[in-house]
Write a protein that binds this ligand. Structure first.
Ligand SMILES: [Zn+2]
Length: 134
């Protein structure tokens, strides 16, 4: 399913493509929309978190993946792994919940979000499974 929105110029449905990548330890995203009926085209891009509406659209297009870490081997890297979540903007409480999720059923996110997290956690000494399609 591809969601789209109406063209500003002619009101026809625009074809919208969203992408998200990891660039130098940050997320980068872009959205391009094109109108087949009048040729109107728009591009938008940004860094870090994407606007929620665009993230939904991205998930429609690429799906979600799960990142998991082994609970036993993570134990010795726990402090450094918590620091990764803290550096990503989570509170101490949130970091602990994310660590628990990671070492249980896993954390779900877009492929690029989980790749970035996997890179950071691997540098912190985590032994990971995934990202795998959820
Ligand atoms: Zn148009």
């Amino acid at each position: 399913m591809t969601r789209s929105w109406p063209c500003d110029h002619c009101d026809a449905a625009m074809h919208v493509t969203v992408s998200q990548t990891v660039e130098r330890d940050r997320l980068a995203w872009s959205v391009s929309s094109a109108c087949a009926s009048c040729g109107n085209a728009e591009e938008q891009c940004g860094r870090d978190d994407m606007p929620p509406q665009l993230r939904e659209l991205l998930i429609d297009q690429v799906g979600l993946v799960i990142l998991q870490a082994d609970a036993e081997t993570s134990q010795r890297s726990r402090t450094r792994m918590l620091a990764v979540f803290r550096a990503g903007g989570a509170t101490i409480h949130e970091s602990v919940s994310r660590y628990r999720a990671l070492t249980n059923s896993g954390i779900e996110g877009t492929p690029a979000e989980m790749k970035l997290l996997a890179d950071r956690l691997t540098r912190a000494g985590a032994l990971l499974r995934g990202p795998e399609a959820s």
